[in-house]
Design a protein around this ligand. Structure first.
Ligand code: PLP
Length: 453
């Protein structure tokens, strides 16, 4: 069966985020079953899912309550929507619960199906709002180098990674790029984390002044940058950035697609970094990824402008067929109940020291330039020369090799641009499972070290 499936995969599937030419040689790893933090492939081989899928399956791969919530909703009402004064209980209750747990000041929820759609919605809301408020020149959005906000046309434009722009004729107009708070890579020699954060905020202010503050509408940021390399900002970074935004009446948009729902040890990355968002996007762990759903939470000021526009124009002309899909909403609602009942964010804080200690064991490893982690997200940044921080040649694909070796050892990780290996296990992971995860990783690292010998 697995050979036929493998062949059919190569023949018919255009894989996302894949070197398609290499895939025709290599073929897929085909998962068939999940159990807790583990998945199993067609040969029955077991893997610890060290990335929770794509930073998302926070409750692991076999939570029966989510299955039951989906079945109940399928039986009761498999589809309805929220267009034109219609609604349904799971969509309403989920919005209420999200606002109940959201950072202060967020009052309304718009649902979509993916992080990309949520961030695309932000771009549209920001435009709509400023047109309605009579300041049509205030439209630019500032996003950071190495940001990841998704892949639809507007969201990919906010994303600050070359692979998402090259050959796609992106970014679109109106996106201003600012610096990335990766102290290890971008601080000047001897520059403290705090001084580095001050410099980034000063640079941001200079950019805003150069653009004209009356043309800048919003700043978007992931609390911890995920796909750009698991970049943990200096402790004072967001305070300094937000002081600048406030001065020029620029909205703070928190992209909580990865950080939301406990990843950094608090419900929101915004709590961990003292971010006070005017708009917040979330997805992934919102439903533990069991069904696609995302949300955009907005402040009352944003909502009032959108409301005014919808009355003037006759409708808020935006919404997806599957916005607040009732089955996805029911699963998300059950997910949020589970987080609360099991106090899962406290669990994350409790096991985080085991996770971070394992990562930090590698801080002195000759191949590791920087080890970092917070909550249950972390990374090892590989370098050819620890003293100079010189990278390996990209063609050597050292992090990708390490990830392949880890997979052979029964551990799924991900390599990111810049020879970074990322870790983002399900939040339900235990101390013992973390130990096992790093035992497997140790074996992979030993093999890579021997190979590079
Ligand atoms: N924003 C962040 C921070 C993400 O990490 C991602 C996906 O990884 C997205 C947005 C895009 O989400 P999606 O892949 O669901 O469109």
């Amino acid at each position: 069966m697995s050979n036929a499936l493998r062949d059919a995969d190569i023949r018919y599937v255009l894989h996302p985020y894949t070197n398609l030419a290499a895939h025709e040689e290599k073929g897929p790893m085909i998962a068939v079953r999940g159990e807790g933090v583990k998945v199993f492939d067609t040969a029955g081989k077991e893997y610890i899912e060290g990335m929770a899928g794509l930073w998302c399956a926070s409750l692991g791969f076999s939570e029966p309550r989510l299955r039951e919530a989906a079945l109940r909703q399928m039986d009761a009402l498999p589809f309805f929507h929220q267009f034109g004064h219609k609604s349904h209980a799971p969509g309403i209750e989920l919005a209420e619960r999200l606002i109940g747990m959201a950072p202060d000041g967020l009052t309304k929820v718009f649902f979509a199906n993916s992080g990309s759609e949520a961030n695309d919605t932000v771009v549209k809301i920001v435009r709509y709002m400023n047109n309605i408020l009579g300041r049509p020149q205030k439209k630019k959005i500032i996003a950071r180098e190495r940001a990841y906000h998704g892949v639809t046309v507007a969201a990919a434009s906010l994303t600050g990674l070359p692979v998402n722009h090259r050959a796609f004729d992106l970014p679109i107009e109106g996106v201003v790029r600012t610096g990335c708070p990766h102290h290890y890579r971008y601080a000047r020699p001897g520059e403290s984390e705090d001084a580095f954060a001050t410099r980034l905020a000063d640079e941001l202010e200079a950019q805003i002044l150069a653009e004209g503050p009356e043309t800048v509408a919003a700043f978007i940021a992931e609390p911890v940058q995920g796909a750009g390399g698991v970049i943990i900002p200096p402790a004072t970074y967001f305070d300094k950035i937000q002081a600048v935004l406030k001065k020029y009446d620029i909205l703070m948009v928190a992209d909580e697609v990865i950080c939301g729902f406990g990843r950094t040890g608090n419900a929101w990355g915004s709590q961990t970094y003292n971010i006070r968002p005017d708009i917040l996007t979330c997805a992934k762990a919102l439903s533990s990824a069991y069904l696609p759903i995302s949300a955009v939470l907005v402040s009352d000021a944003v909502y009032q402008a959108v409301k005014k526009g919808s009355a003037e124009i006759g409708s808020f002309g935006h919404g997806y067929t599957y916005s607040a899909h009732p089955v996805a909403a029911a699963v998300a609602l059950e997910t949020l109940k589970i987080y609360e009942e099991r106090d899962l964010f406290a669990h994350t804080r409790a096991v985080s020291p085991t996770f971070v200690t394992h990562l930090m064991r590698y801080a002195d490893h000759p191949l590791v330039g920087n080890a970092r982690g917070i909550g249950l997200v972390g990374a090892l940044e590989l370098v050819a020369d620890k003293a100079t921080k010189e990278s390996f040649p990209p063609a050597a694909a050292v992090a990708a090799r390490l990830v392949e070796l880890a997979q052979e050892e029964g551990l799924i990780l991900r390599s990111l641009a810049g020879d970074i290996v990322s870790f983002c296990p399900p939040l339900i992971i235990t101390d013992a499972e973390l130990d096992e995860m790093f035992t497997r990783f140790d074996r992979a690292m030993e093999r890579l070290t021997a190979q590079l010998g």
